[in-house]
Ligand binder design. Sequence first.
Ligand code: ADP
Ligand code: MG
Length: 282
Amino acid sequence: MTTAQSQSSAIPPSENPSAAARAPLALDSGNQASGTAIPVPVAQLIDIRKTYFKPDGSVMVEALRGVNLSIPRGEYVAIMGASGSGKSTLMYLLGCLDRPTSGAYLLDGRNVARMHDEELSAFRGRTIGFIFQSFNLIPQLTIEENAEVPLFYQGLEKSERRERAIEALRMVELDHRLGHRPSELSGGQQQRAAIARALVTRPLILMADEPTGNLDSATGLAILRTFERLHEAGMTIVMVTHDPAIGRRAGRVIFMKDGDVESDLRADRPDPVSDPDQAPGH
Ligand code: ADP
Ligand code: MG
């Protein structure tokens, strides 16, 4: 039995208030299991369906057909599958950029499907860091100003915004380029600035849809190393990729087919935190 299966049998029937009161993820301590209890997964999808309808109300496409998925804290997940299999739809739901047609999505123990729009966008801002294939940096702003953007919405003081932006740029090894605008940087550096912007809110999950898709292979590899360093520091990462070489570097590969999970494989590498079955003593 996989961890995902064993944990889905312990789904809390309603929202989990203790999980909502968690401390912000500190990169150097976010991957600690506490006591003997199985920690609440960061993200849990229960029978998630997403149906797109035509204007006349008839079904156009069933993009997700009852997906069940559990992502423990600290895991590095690659989502793969043919074009049209539902990868982006799944990412958008996981990233709270869209809502399911039915099913429950527990993010940090709270049911996202039931939240109002405003509550959902505030919750998304605190929990999810999103990285896009095309970087999506604002050209007029310096990299530190770009990295600060998500913090505007959290009402942080200017000095703290700047401090956190520089801290995030340091994590992606770009702090020697402060004051530069995106056009003055290479593609790989721009993507690292975008990763810093995603990290600045200290999110629970870093999500990336084809983050190396616009980069040459050497630069893409450097970006993957950045993700791997963040993973080693305890960050939970979910990445869509069509590149099997990239998938192999992740600890878990989920293949999508026709709107459902076709296979869900973990690397042999034992990880006592994300896979309690393999922890010492089991
Ligand atoms: P992938 O990212 O794996 O290529 P998607 O999640 O983008 O797949 O799409 C899954 C299915 O849902 C496809 O058949 C696609 O055409 C359909 N789809 C995606 N978005 C929409 C939309 N906004 N309206 C209608 N159909 C959509
Ligand atoms: Mg897609």
